[in-house]
Design a protein around this ligand. Structure first.
Ligand code: ADP
Length: 563
């Protein structure tokens, strides 16, 4: 067997270790996620090998990750029965940084240091520093590992001071054990999170590794009814990555349960969108349309977004960079092996794959809403009453094809719909022969608009009018200008060009000219023009906006904004 030897770390590796050791990085707790992710990967590898080599597993075929605590000596152990490493693999994998992620990390770090930026350590959070992160919480790290079908194991040990020792040792079982001698800060005597506390370890696993697909086990001690402390083995993670299962095998109840638990909602989701994509970009996604909008959804600091996972490992919560702002009501997650565990929000912003994912998801969601509108109007109405405002804001924010899709999701109350709402397509379908504009009226509510004198002529002619009760409605329409080549025309603006008997009006005009002049003089600072109306039937007078300039309701909105 190979004797114990001392080896020097590669310069890059030592740089990395120094960083970890002197880390003022605040998120040190991620070391556990990194080590568990490595353990899970190692199990995945041996499981894969066993498909073609059935005796590789031997007796040891229940895949598990074990956590253990030695509170007396302040040692935290992470153990797996994965693929392990041979002597050469240990030297290669643990002593050097061959990996592109770490290389990139160091390069970026040097750039930052060159710029004398003091936040260089933030970079730790952005790259997969993996195994080395253990030096953030430990002052000595011991790794003992044995690959399948090897006679001996390998022990690697370092206090991170430029060298490590490596030797062959006995190790009865396949897999890797990592022992962390915790730095004092991370013990019960320290100021940092106490990693000798089982409760804390449990919480870290729940937070960062809940959906790792192999059980993460730890002994816990509980007091029974007789006041005796008994030892129990607890599985700390849920292992229910629902999103990687085939959707054909998932009942709706499971989705509902999952949604409520993971996204802390009391109510069941209105709709579930689950899909797996294989191809250039690989990912699974599980999205939910909630029944109710959170109360702060319109506030500026609303920052719910999607949750990101990488192969069941939690990467980031509330990632609002993926879906466009108008879809911010969507809850859910994306799992992609292409996300690195230490992905940062900054890196995300210019990630090409993520851009592809974003686009696809947006399309998927719009498609789902479209079919909800077509096939389940009742459900869509529920959706609309909660989130319609956001869809409207989406029309305002988008253009082109995407805008067209959003426009067809709009619902408006109308003079025809009898309390129901109509889509623009349905309105157009009902249009009268010769009608070439879409009429709308803005106002407070149905009673107000229906009693407006401007509505009289349209009612008489049996022309349908859309009701805009939302302040944003008219902004949206202004942005659109037309639908299916049909312009939107406000009933409150200028003349409606409905074929009136013009001669009659002219005749009357002569008679009332003096009256009009008198009124105009009197109201000179309040109205810009007084004219004889072609549209009124029984009302004596009405106020309209000019053909150009602000409409009355927009004036109101702007007035409000100035207050
Ligand atoms: P990464 O996991 O991102 O590759 P690490 O520095 O964490 O980077 O690990 C480097 C390599 O060491 C891994 O790619 C893997 O080959 C090996 N390794 C780490 N932990 C284990 C483990 N528990 N079992 C087997 N191999 C491991």
């Amino acid at each position: 067997t190979a004797k114990k030897v001392e080896k020097k770390f590669q310069t890059e590796t030592q740089k990395m270790l120094d960083l970890m050791i002197n880390s003022i990085y605040t998120n040190q707790e991620i070391f556990l996620r990194e080590l568990i992710a490595n353990a899970s990967d190692a199990i995945g590898k041996v499981k894969f090998q066993s498909l073609t080599d059935s005796d590789i597993l031997g007796e040891d075929s229940d895949f598990e990750i074990w956590l253990d605590l030695d509170e007396v000596n302040n040692v935290l152990t992470i153990e797996d029965n994965g693929v392990g490493m041979t002597y050469d693999e240990v030297v290669e994998n643990i002593g050097t940084i061959a990996q592109s992620g770490s290389q990139e990390f160091l390069q970026k770090l040097q750039e930052k240091q060159a710029q004398a930026k003091d936040n260089a350590l933030d970079l730790i959070g952005q790259f997969g520093v993996g195994f080395y992160s253990s030096f953030m919480v430990a002052d000595k790290v011991t790794l003992i590992t044995r690959a399948p079908k090897q006679d001996t194991g390998v022990k690697w040990e370092s206090i991170g001071d430029g060298t490590y020792t490596i030797e062959e040792v006995d190790k009865p079982k396949r897999g890797t054990t990592i022992k962390l001698k915790l730095r004092e800060e991370f013990t019960s005597d320290g100021d940092e999170i106490d990693l000798t506390n089982r409760q804390n370890i449990k919480q870290l696993v729940k937070k960062h590794s809940n959906y790792v697909e192999y059980p993460i086990k730890m002994k816990v001690y509980e007091e029974n009814n007789e006041g005796e402390v008994i030892e129990k083995i607890e599985t700390l993670n849920d292992m229910k990555p629902l999103w990687i299962k085939n959707k054909e095998n998932i009942e709706i109840e499971k989705y509902n349960e999952f949604y409520k638990e993971v996204f802390n909602d009391w109510t069941e989701p209105l709709e579930v969108i689950h899909s797996k994509v294989e191809g250039l970009v690989k990912y699974s996604t599980l999205l939910f349309i909630p029944q109710q909008a959170p109360s702060n959804i319109y506030s500026e600091d609303f920052d719910l977004g999607l949750r990101l996972y990488s192969k069941n490992n939690f990467v980031m919560d509330n990632c609002s960079k993926i879906l466009p702002d108008y879809l911010r009501f969507i809850r859910g997650l994306i799992d992609s092996p292409d996300f690195t565990l230490n992905l940062s929000r900054q890196v995300l912003q210019d990630d090409k794959q993520l851009k592809i994912i974003s686009k696809t998801l947006e399309k998927k969601i719009l498609k789902q809403l479209k079919s909800m509108l077509a096939d389940n109007r009742e459900q869509y109405k529920e959706f609309w009453s909660e989130f319609g405002q956001l869809i409207k804001s989406g029309v305002d924010m988008t253009h082109g094809k995407k805008q067209d899709k959003l426009v067809d999701l709009l619902l408006f109350p109308s003079s025809y719909a009898d309390g129901e709402m109509t889509t623009l397509a349905e309105y157009v379908e009902r249009m009268k022969e010769g009608q070439d504009v879409i009429y709308y009226i803005t106002g407070e509510d149905e009673i107000t608009v229906e009693n407006m004198p401007q509505m009289e002529l349209l009612q008489e002619k049996d022309l349908e009018v859309l009701y805009f009760f939302d302040e944003i409605d008219e902004f949206v329409i202004n942005k659109l200008r037309e639908y299916n080549d049909m312009e939107f025309k406000s009933v409150l603006r200028g003349d409606l060009d409905l074929d009136e008997a013009d001669e009659d009006v002219e005749a009357e005009e002569d008679e009332v000219e003096e009256l009009l002049e008198a009124v105009e003089e009197n109201l000179a600072d309040k109205v810009s023009e007084v004219r004889l109306s072609k549209r009124l039937k029984s009302s004596a007078v009405c106020l309209v906006s000019g053909d150009v300039g602000l409409s009355m309701s927009m004036e109101k909105v702007l007035e409000k904004m100035n207050q």
